[in-house]
Write a protein of this length. Structure first.
Length: 233
């Protein structure tokens, strides 16, 4: 019993110490008339950040690209990277898309999308719409908490005994700053021949932690590819 209580206290302390998710919400839409099981090959475009957030070729973006590469394996189909698609489609249409991507990446991507049907059944894009660090101040507060009290005594035979009880006591906490990381990402799956949107997700997450973007974006990527993989199996 004592061991169980000890580990229970440790678990409670871990919950209180570790950063906690404030909210996580996924909003999905998919084409109910589309047969996802027909997808055998997918182009996975490099993830992007909205330009007005100025992350560019940042560490955050590189980490997200790595997550896309790793998590795309969950699709259990032929996965083609954007770089591979540039070379393959460029060869087929007689264009140097690698060179174009250097000077005009959006145009190179548009050409890949227009000709994606040549090498794939579908393509995936993901964009970080919003990512920021904010904070709020939690005011001073009084919380009633359980405290253990142990009373030692001797019984009528002189044996030492312990009487354990738990009492509620008021605990005063001073004001504290709470850092919050917020991320919003849109992910889309398109049918290659028509370019039609067949599955879309908006994933919005907030976490009480400072600069937790890497883990949050990684979980968004993992969740999306896992769910797409389930649809096309």
């Amino acid at each position: 019993m004592i061991i169980k209580k000890f580990f229970g206290v440790l678990l409670l302390m871990a919950i209180l110490i570790l950063p906690q998710t404030v909210s996580a919400e996924k909003t999905d839409w998919y084409d109910r008339n589309y047969n996802f099981h027909n997808i055998r090959s997918i182009i996975v475009f490099d993830a992007t950040f909205s330009q007005n957030y100025g992350y560019g070729d940042s560490i955050e973006l590189r980490n997200l690209q790595d997550s896309f590469t790793q998590d795309s394996r969950k699709l259990k189909c032929n996965v083609i990277t954007e770089a591979q698609a540039r070379r393959d489609i460029g060869y087929r249409i007689g264009m140097n898309l690698d060179s174009l991507a250097y000077s005009n990446p959006l145009e190179a991507r548009r050409i890949i999308m227009q000709n994606a049907y040549m090498i794939a059944d579908a393509w995936i894009i993901g964009n970080v719409d919003n990512m920021q660090n904010t904070y709020y101040v939690q005011p001073a507060r009084t919380v009633w908490e359980s405290r253990r009290e142990t009373r030692t005594y001797r019984d009528r035979y002189g044996n030492r005994r312990e009487d354990v009880r738990y009492v509620q006591v008021p605990v005063n906490y001073p004001p504290r700053r709470v850092d919050v990381t917020s991320v919003q990402m849109t992910l889309e799956l398109h049918e290659a021949r028509s370019g039609a949107l067949i599955f879309a997700r908006k994933d919005v997450r907030d976490r009480e932690d400072f600069q937790a973007q890497k883990g949050m974006l990684g979980r968004i990527s993992n969740s999306f590819f896992e769910d797409v993989g389930k649809k096309i199996r």
